[in-house]
Design a protein around this ligand. Structure first.
Ligand SMILES: [Zn+2]
Length: 244
């Protein structure tokens, strides 16, 4: 018997999902898997020091603000997940509080954080399909400028797997911008093993989609988020117009 309760979030804790501009009218649905660094109290910070929880290992720095700028500029709906990826996306770094989890504890994380987020995306996509609305799914992330001691050269990365159509259009437009170094499936790529959002919500539904990674030092403050948000909104709209 494990003494940890199998429920995770108390009634007064942050909701796992925030929907912004719910009645947005554009085809774009923006999703942010790693927008927050909230921790369920029951997990006692997972044994991770406060300073680490502010760092990129816990969340995608800058993405929440960036996504709001993009959502406003495109009149798009944004669905974001607010809990730290250390809680539910546990494959990157050994975390003390993630060692030896019971089945019940794993199920609680899926049931209370992972599922509500993805169910909300599904609900939104179902609603659009029923209404005959076209949708392009945009998954937004950010990446650390230095990884394992090596500086990353890209300003932005465009990620895709089976269906590169929208990603290739966006990448071509980004490459035309003066001075930008654009990653082609870099610094990460989309795979079934490493990703859920694009394979399940984008590929399986046959929606146009792309995952975008912006380097965190470029979107660390409001100014960067506004500039990058405006750029991405402009180029996403242009890429969408260039689809057949
Ligand atoms: Zn991410």
């Amino acid at each position: 018997m494990n003494e940890m309760p199998d429920s995770l979030l108390a009634a007064d804790e942050a909701a796992p999902v925030t929907v912004y501009n719910e009645n947005g009218r554009s085809p774009f649905l923006i999703v942010a898997d790693h927008a927050g660094n909230s921790m369920p109290r029951a997990l006692r910070q997972l044994g991770v020091p406060e300073a680490e929880r502010e760092r990129h290992i816990a969340w995608d720095i800058g993405v929440a603000g960036l996504c709001r700028v993009v959502a406003d500029a495109l009149d798009a709906t944004l669905v974001q997940q607010n809990y730290s990826r250390l809680v539910i996306d546990c494959n990157r770094t050994p975390i003390p509080g993630n060692m030896g989890l019971s089945e019940g504890q794993k199920v609680a994380r899926i049931r209370e954080i992972f599922r509500p987020y993805h169910d909300r995306i599904e609900t939104e996509l179902d609603r659009r399909r029923q209404a005959g609305r076209p949708t392009a799914l945009i998954a937004m992330h950010s990446f650390t400028p230095v990884f394992k001691g090596v500086a990353r050269p890209w300003h932005v990365g465009v990620l895709y797997n089976r269906d590169p159509r929208f990603a290739h259009l966006l990448m071509a437009l980004l490459k035309r911008e003066e001075g930008l170094v654009v990653g082609d499936n870099a610094p990460y790529s989309v795979t079934d093993a490493s990703d859920y959002t694009i394979p399940v919500h984008g590929e399986r539904r046959g929606l146009h989609h792309v995952a975008v990674e912006v380097r965190q030092d470029l979107i660390a403050d409001d100014k960067g988020q506004c500039a990058w948000g405006a750029l991405l909104a402009r180029l996403l709209a242009q890429a969408y117009r260039e689809l057949d």
